[in-house]
Design a protein around this ligand. Structure first.
Ligand SMILES: *[C@@H]1O[C@H](CO)[C@@H](O)[C@H](O)[C@H]1NC(C)=O
Ligand SMILES: *[C@@H]1O[C@H](CO)[C@@H](O)[C@H](O)[C@H]1NC(C)=O
Length: 597
């Protein structure tokens, strides 16, 4: 795969042969085996979709959405049927994916209302002390690139310190959204960020404005004597409140929906319509540029997050409205990128991975568009619902033709956190300096072992451990214990339709004592809780999981949380901006897309 230019052998060949000749000979032999042998280090193309449900994909049972390219990856590689996200929301799930550790360890899970980063200009983000798989590979000589969504923070103290930026976390190249696609990015599509607060503030300011106007009017007409002082105080209050609270929300699209190339803001606000194609082009060019050198590409799609795209070539083509159209467009993009890898002759040297950051968003629909969130198949629950399976069981596909058997299916529990140790292993990085919660997947993927190393797995609602999974040795059972569950509303619904996204604290949850227990092997939809009468191992399961939770707690040395209001709310001096602050604005020169100078 590597051209002669990069080949360390060339240096040695031109090196005059002189004593100690033997040492050179041996070195040559070692290098040659390293380069030619089994342990040649692969490239990695990691494709992560945003908010896509496991039930949206053809090879996971959807027979009405066409996903031939994703299905082909599965039939040419290994398909995982119990691939679990470490959290049912973007920021914590991605933090865990990047670091190979539960998000609580890095402080990327929230205990209150804010469970994800809400503003690009907050100071929260993946702490510089955390190590990502990208950083490990970079240190192993890989060229590393992130194209797409990051959502793990940007700045700490000032506008350009970029302490949480992908470039600081091991990606030598970054093109994409430092934040995420949200409804606020497209006019008329609704609001995502503190929608209720935005609404309340709007009403409040309207009320204040009308009140002030009335008072001024009354005074002007001498109807009633109003002290000018009161008017001044009210006026000042209204202006201040507007500046501090209202302005951030009004300028939100401009501030959050931006595109960056490395350290520069190249587009603000982002033109959503053309974004998927710019991303694809960037990803393809990254692969082409690095075809002769081991590389890692993390292709982190904006797709399937609402407000969804509305691309003419795909609009109205699927059987599931705009959501289905977006799935089919996504599949096409996956196909194009795979084709780029294959046409460069890199298929056998490249491990392609496909997944989603968590399950589909059941509550998300729009009066004009209909379904906007994903479908989680037979699994109960979805995005933001703690440990319910629908929010955390996602597709997991690995294709690497020279090393992995085509068509293998693995039903054992695996985690998105397994990518870190797997990549580290394949890049021949043997250093270990911190506790990881993932395990190297290669023995399972290659069929060398039949059992997953994940005997226990923990599930979180915000920063609270709310459920645990136990796959007892020698048994097919997958026991799931829920210590508490978020309260669904309206009653009878699966999901938190009344508040849009479930919460994990206080009155928003129900604690179960004894805990709710299911066996996913027999009851994948978590519909029939087990009891001592129906499950002979009932007491043992509760005892073993309680002990495992206790062991987990003892292993925690959690960093302070990044999800406090103080760290997530907007601050002017942290706002990435092109042009003049606060009305930042610039357009990307699309001729430059894909051609990194
Ligand atoms: C396929 O996906 C669509 C869109 O999410 C969903 O509405 C439909 O129910 C799914 N079909 C099956 C058979 O799972
Ligand atoms: C890739 O590897 C497989 C298995 O080793 C082999 O059968 C196939 O021919 C190789 N493909 C290419 C394009 O070299």
């Amino acid at each position: 795969m590597w051209s002669l230019k990069q080949n360390p052998l060339t240096h040695l060949l031109y090196f005059p042969l002189r004593p100690p000749f033997l040492a050179h000979g041996l070195l040559l032999l070692v290098l040659w085996r390293g380069i030619r042998g089994e342990d040649k280090r692969p490239n990695f193309v990691l494709i992560m979709v945003d908010d896509m449900g496991i039930g949206d994909v053809g090879c996971y049972g959807n027979n009405t959405i066409r996903t031939p390219n994703i299905d082909r990856l599965a039939s040419e590689g290994v398909k995982l049927t119990q691939h679990i996200a470490a959290a049912p929301l973007c920021t914590p799930s991605r933090a865990a994916f990047m670091t190979g550790r539960y998000a609580t360890r890095s402080g990327m899970a929230g205990s209150g209302r804010s469970q994800v980063l809400l503003f690009l200009a907050g100071s929260g983000g993946l702490p510089p002390s955390e190590t990502t798989f990208a950083k490990r590979l970079q240190q192993q000589g890989y060229t590393t690139g992130l194209v797409g969504k990051w959502h793990l923070g940007v700045n700490c103290e000032h506008r350009r310190d970029h302490c949480h930026h992908p470039n600081q976390h091991g990606f030598s190249y970054f093109y994409g959204m430092p934040y995420t696609l949200i409804n606020d990015c497209v006019p008329g599509m609704g609001r995502d960020i503190l929608a209720d607060l935005q609404q309340t503030l709007k009403s409040l300011f309207l009320f204040l404005a009308i009140g002030l106007f009335t008072l001024v009017f009354i005074r002007a007409c001498d109807l009633f004597d109003i002290s000018p002082r009161l008017l001044t105080v009210l006026f000042t209050f209204a202006v201040l409140a507007t500046v501090v609270w209202y302005v951030p929300f009004e300028l939100l699209p401009r501030w959050n929906c931006i595109v960056m190339r490395d350290q520069e803001v190249v587009e603000q606000p982002m033109t959503v319509e053309t974004f998927p194609y710019r991303m694809l082009t960037e990803a393809q060019h990254f692969v082409k540029r690095n075809a002769h050198h081991p590389f890692l590409l993390f292709f982190s799609l904006a797709h399937m997050h609402s407000p969804l795209f509305n691309t003419p070539a795909f609009a109205g083509k699927s059987r599931h409205g705009r959501y289905g159209d977006n799935m089919e467009e996504l599949d096409w993009i996956v196909g194009e990128l795979t084709e780029t890898v294959d046409s460069l002759g890199l298929a056998n040297d490249t491990l392609i991975y496909f997944t989603s950051d968590h399950g589909g968003f059941l509550e998300d629909s729009h009066p004009l568009i209909g379904q906007r969130g994903g479908w989680n198949g037979v699994y109960r629950g979805g995005k933001g619902m703690g440990g319910w399976e629908g929010g955390i069981r996602v597709p997991g596909i690995f294709r690497w033709p020279s090393r992995l058997a085509a068509g293998r299916v693995v039903d054992e529990p695996t985690s998105l956190m397994d990518l870190y140790p797997t990549l580290k292993y394949l890049a021949q990085d043997t250093r270990s300096d911190r506790h990881l919660d993932g395990h190297n997947l290669m023995p399972l993927l290659e069929g060398k072992v039949g059992r997953s190393e994940h005997e226990f797995m923990f599930h979180f609602c915000g920063s609270y451990l709310n459920a645990a999974r136990w796959h007892p040795p020698g048994s097919d059972s997958i026991f799931k214990v829920h210590f508490f569950t978020p309260n669904f509303s309206p009653p009878g619904a699966i999901g938190c339709y009344d508040i849009f996204l479930c919460r994990c604290f206080g009155d928003h949850v129900t604690h179960h004592d004894p805990p709710l227990l299911y066996d996913l092997f027999r009851d994948p939809s978590e519909l029939r809780p087990l009891s001592p009468e129906t499950e002979p191992r009932y007491a043992e399961v509760l005892h073993q999981t309680a002990k495992a939770v206790e062991r987990h707690r003892r292993s925690e040395h959690n960093a302070p949380t990044q999800m406090t209001w103080e760290k997530t709310l907007w601050r002017p001096w942290l706002q990435p901006c092109c042009g003049t602050f606060p009305f930042c604005g610039c357009k990307e020169d699309t001729k430059l897309v894909g051609n990194k100078i």
